[in-house]
Design a protein around this ligand. Structure first.
Ligand code: HAM
Length: 436
């Protein structure tokens, strides 16, 4: 008989895996809500046109696309940004500003598979619309950092690289390059970390070899790693580059006031491959540099309008769940018992079962998570199951206890035990968890 497997790069979530994923989603969601972001959702299948020439060549080449039965060209979404632009664009005037939205959803890209990269993955997306100033960047970088710190990660585990496509444009313009050449150079900068000098091949094919003095300047700019170095390089240029430094000071100043600069590095080597970014761009990486990007984002002030909406500035980012879960596991921060019950009932014979069932139902109805063995099994085995479940306490309904009208409570952490009268059980359990 043929055996069926998942398609390459697709994941299945057995309950334990899903419990871990839910744990990640829960903390992301909670963090976004704490920052005042509202959650939205949208279809997984979209018109192919939405991504053509908007997401950039790389994503376009990775689309899962086909023609549906109505003859429409469609694609599974590779990212949320064009979709959220459509949503916001359609109701921009009716939405309360600033528009701060987030989503947690599944995406599809036909990528070459590697550690932390699949063809189907989840992203947490957060975006702010309607705010042209760098205040939006501060809010989003703070949210990004907190989405990682909420799990116990620290500045020793990850950092955010902050860069600026505007500044690159202004700088290259000042060096005398036209728009087409600037875009080709930015493509090379994007690939430089991975391919070194070969990254400039595309430029050379299009425009001939870069003048060595110019190239040296570009490589020096790419290596800038601090605001001070940036200020020094741009000091003599005046005009737009100098004005832009005011925005940089604002972003870094805001982050400093929030105590977050230890997480953020100025790094002009990041320009982002996606086609729509127009200003600040940023990416989060693990400090050891072992994993691919944890998150990426930036400003994209033209996209809402390009997709048929009004002119509306926007900034946002997405965290992927694959590299992020790998990092949590590497650091021992993925909890083992993310789905443990509060109470596990250890039950004797038939009469004990009937008594226990009444309590189990009442405790569950009161909001406690309660488990018990569906079938009668030996006491010893039930205690093992209680311990394995990760429950906080065990309620023991032995035949002797039931005959005496009591229930034994065992604290599964310190293994202490005491008996309570059956009529008091509900209150005792409630008080125990309230004090825990
Ligand atoms: P992105 O850099 O393409 O940006 O993806 C963001 C994150 O999603 C990556 O850093 C990575 O963690 C995860 N990711 C991307 N592709 C894969 C894959 N094939 N397998 C596993 N994880 C993956 C965007 O998607 C932008 N739309 C983000 C954004 C939101 N910009 C503005 N708003």
């Amino acid at each position: 008989m043929a055996t069926f497997q998942t398609l390459p790069g697709f994941r299945e979530f057995y309950p334990e895996d899903l419990a871990r994923r839910n744990h990640v989603f829960r903390l992301w969601r909670q963090t976004a809500v704490n920052f005042g972001f509202a959650e939205y959702d949208a279809p997984v299948l979209e018109p192919l046109e939405l991504y053509k020439a908007k997401s950039g060549e790389e994503i376009e080449a990775q689309l899962f696309s086909f023609t549906d039965k109505g003859g429409r060209d469609v694609a599974l979404r590779p990212e949320m940004t064009p979709t959220v632009c459509r949503l916001v664009g359609a109701k921009a005037n009716a939405l309360k500003r600033p528009i701060k939205w987030f989503s947690i959803a599944e995406f599809y890209r036909y990528e070459r598979m590697q550690k932390g990269r699949g063809r189907c993955f989840n992203q947490f997306n957060a975006d702010i619309f309607g705010e042209p100033g760098p205040e939006a960047e501060i809010e989003l970088i703070a949210l990004l950092v907190q989405c990682l710190c909420a799990f116990g990660l620290t500045e020793q585990d990850f950092y955010v690289r902050l860069s600026d496509r505007n500044l690159w444009f202004y700088y290259l313009e000042a060096l005398g390059l036209d728009d087409a050449r600037i875009r080709a150079v930015l493509g090379a900068v994007d690939r430089y970390e991975k391919y070194g000098d070969d990254a400039f091949k595309g430029y050379t094919e299009q425009f001939g070899a870069l003048d060595p003095a110019l190239k040296e300047k570009i490589l020096a700019f790419l290596q800038i790693k601090s605001l001070a170095a940036l200020e020094q390089t741009l000091a003599n240029l005046g005009g737009k580059p100098a004005e832009r430094l005011a925005d940089w000071r604002k972003v870094m100043g805001g982050l400093e006031a929030m105590g977050l600069t230890r997480f953020v590095t100025v790094d002009l080597g990041v320009v982002r491959g996606l086609a729509y970014y127009t200003g600040f761009v940023f990416e989060a990486f693990d400090r050891k540099g072992e994993l691919r990007a944890l998150a990426g984002g930036g400003r994209y002030d033209d996209l809402v309008q390009k997709l048929g909406g009004p002119a509306l500035p926007a900034v946002g980012f997405a965290i992927g769940d694959m590299t992020f879960s790998l990092l949590l596991e590497q650091r021992g921060l993925m909890p083992t018992f993310v789905s443990a019950p509060d109470v596990y009932c250890v039950i004797g014979g038939e009469a004990a079962r009937r008594t226990a069932f009444a309590d189990i139902q009442a405790l569950r109805a009161s909001g406690r998570r309660v488990e018990y063995p569906l079938k009668e099994v030996a006491f010893g085995k039930q205690f093992k199951q209680a311990a394995d479940s990760g429950a906080r306490i065990a309620l023991i309904y032995g035949d002797d206890e039931v005959a005496k009208g009591v229930v034994k409570i065992r604290d599964l952490r310190d293994r202490s035990e005491h008996e309570v009268r059956a009529g008091d059980l509900f209150t005792v359990v409630r008080d125990f968890f309230a004090a825990d």
